[in-house]
Ligand binder design. Structure first.
Ligand code: NAP
Length: 251
């Protein structure tokens, strides 16, 4: 199936590592015209671009973006618009978390997770909507989490931020559907990335056992779904939330 991504300009946040990196690589592989690899971690973003360039198309570029800053999000989107004249796809994948009991956590932990995981999505979405509405359409895919659907032990504020991403996405989908802008959420379950590297093999095995498909995810499990939702194949889908977690969450 031709996914219709060949003339598309794509921005992926958090693309210097893990799931975001795989999304950027898959967008390049699917023939996107330009893939902007945005991350706070500039070395990670440069590494993603180097990996993308191994595909021989030279369409990926790295940019430093701190999603917690609306000014930074706006300037990155303005730069893309100035250079390419459009922005077709935004994938909000940047994320960060702290694992602790809520009763042990501090206001600085709450602010950190809310700022990156919820405000980051709000900042980048708002910045992307101007060009998307002006050009008559676009696709936004927000990486939430199963934590945001069912609540994760030791991740109370992260779960709240990710639930916020789902509610925000649905509300904006209602507002901008008439302009041809689609917004959907993908909720990974436990996925092996540098961000989850601290888990022991024993805990990974326990998690896998709790998933009906009996395995934990890898970044490509998630990225393939994101690429589809960003493509012409998702022409009549908006405001939806899809778990990619081996059947762990069924709603
Ligand atoms: P990861 O490997 O840690 O990658 C996340 C990337 O986002 C890192 O490069 C990180 O940079 C970057 N980042 C952090 N704060 C940022 C900011 N303020 N602005 C821009 N970039 C920032 O994580 P991952 O496991 O791939 O997770 C990707 C997304 O999936 C996140 O939204 C996460 O919540 C979600 N998710 C992951 C899992 C999982 O099991 N892996 C499960 C459910 C949902 P630094 O390295 O400098 O921090």
């Amino acid at each position: 199936m031709d996914l219709g991504l060949s003339d598309k300009v794509v921005l992926v946040t958090g693309a210097g590592s893990g799931i975001g990196r795989q999304i950027a690589l898959d967008m390049v592989a699917e023939g996107a015209a330009r893939v902007v690899v945005a991350d706070l971690n500039e070395a990670g973003a440069a590494q993603t671009v180097a990996q993308a360039d191994e595909q021989g198309r030279g369409v990926a570029t790295a940019v430093r973006l701190d999603v917690t800053s609306f000014e930074n999000a706006n300037s990155v989107v303005s730069g893309i618009q100035a250079e390419h004249g459009r922005l077709d796809v935004l994938v909000n994948c940047a994320g960060a978390w702290r694992v602790n009991l809520f009763t042990d956590s501090k206001p600085e932990d709450w602010a950190f997770e809310i700022n990156v995981c919820l405000m980051g999505v709000i900042n980048c979405t708002r910045a992307a909507l101007d060009p998307m509405i002006a050009q008559g359409g676009g696709k936004i895919v927000n990486i939430s989490s199963d934590a945001g659907r069912i609540g994760e032990f030791r991740q109370a504020v992260y779960s709240g931020a990710k639930a916020g991403v789902i509610g925000f996405s649905k509300a904006v989908a209602r507002e901008v559907g008439k302009s041809g802008v689609h917004i959907n959420c993908v909720c990974p379950g436990y996925t092996k990335t540098p961000g989850t590297a601290g888990l022991t093999e024993e805990l990974e095995a326990r998690i896998a056992k709790s998933y009906p498909l009996r395995k934990i995810g890898v970044p490509s499990d998630v990225s393939r779904v994101v690429v589809f939702l960003a493509s012409d194949g998702a022409s009549h889908i908006t405001g939806q939330t899809l778990s990619v977690s081996g059947g762990y969450v069924m709603v």
